[in-house]
Design a protein around this ligand. Structure first.
Ligand SMILES: [Zn+2]
Ligand SMILES: [Zn+2]
Length: 192
């Protein structure tokens, strides 16, 4: 092997080494990026299950499952209305966060979709519950104050979230945002 051959070989191997370093850096970057995406998904679910949102869930839960008419428990309507919007705004944050996560996904099977799958699996049953729960709460607000709650802007995030999860087959399509079909509604509150 001549001197030229050796220097060509050295050139090739340093190129291979440089490429390998780029691949290692890329894998580290991707796994760091992936970790950040899972952390974002986890934080969105955490928001739904802790603090003032958890307190709001108790209030809306007793409205949702508390029955109608004379048999229903007494309600602090100011607190109930605050709780209703607290929960709607939490779903609005989840929808915005999910949209940001989805934006980076090119196709299904893309590793970046794993954080979206994780978030969807965590929040699906909550979304199903509140599809009916919000509708029941709205009906009770209307019964109590003889006027509709003006919540059109606040409900749009929840509606988009419900639709997205229904399209993925994670939430029963019989649920409608802000509408409870009564006998046709799959929510367990109707089986009481
Ligand atoms: Zn229902
Ligand atoms: Zn229900």
């Amino acid at each position: 092997m001549g001197a030229d051959d050796w220097s060509a070989l050295a050139g090739v191997s340093s190129t291979v080494l440089a490429l390998a370093a780029v691949v290692v850096a890329l894998v580290a970057f991707r796994s760091e990026h992936q970790r950040a995406r899972f952390e974002a998904a986890r934080a969105l679910h955490h928001d739904l299950t802790t603090g003032e949102v958890a307190a709001a869930r108790k209030v809306i839960g007793s409205l949702h499952y508390g029955g109608f008419g004379a048999a229903s428990a007494p309600v602090d309507w100011n607190e109930a209305l605050t709780s209703y919007f607290t929960l709607l705004w939490c779903f609005e944050r989840i929808e915005a966060g999910r949209t940001a996560l989805v934006r980076g996904v090119v196709r299904s099977g893309d590793p970046r979709s794993e954080a979206v799958d994780y978030l969807d699996a965590l929040v699906a049953w909550h979304i199903a519950e509140y599809a009916c729960g919000f509708a029941i709460a709205r009906r009770k607000f209307a019964d109590a104050s003889a006027q509709e709650v003006s919540d059109v802007d606040s409900t749009s995030g929840f509606s988009r979230l419900l639709l997205a999860l229904q399209e993925r087959g994670l939430v029963d399509r019989a649920y409608g945002a802000g509408i409870c079909a009564g006998a046709g509604c799959p929510c367990p509150c109707h089986q009481q």
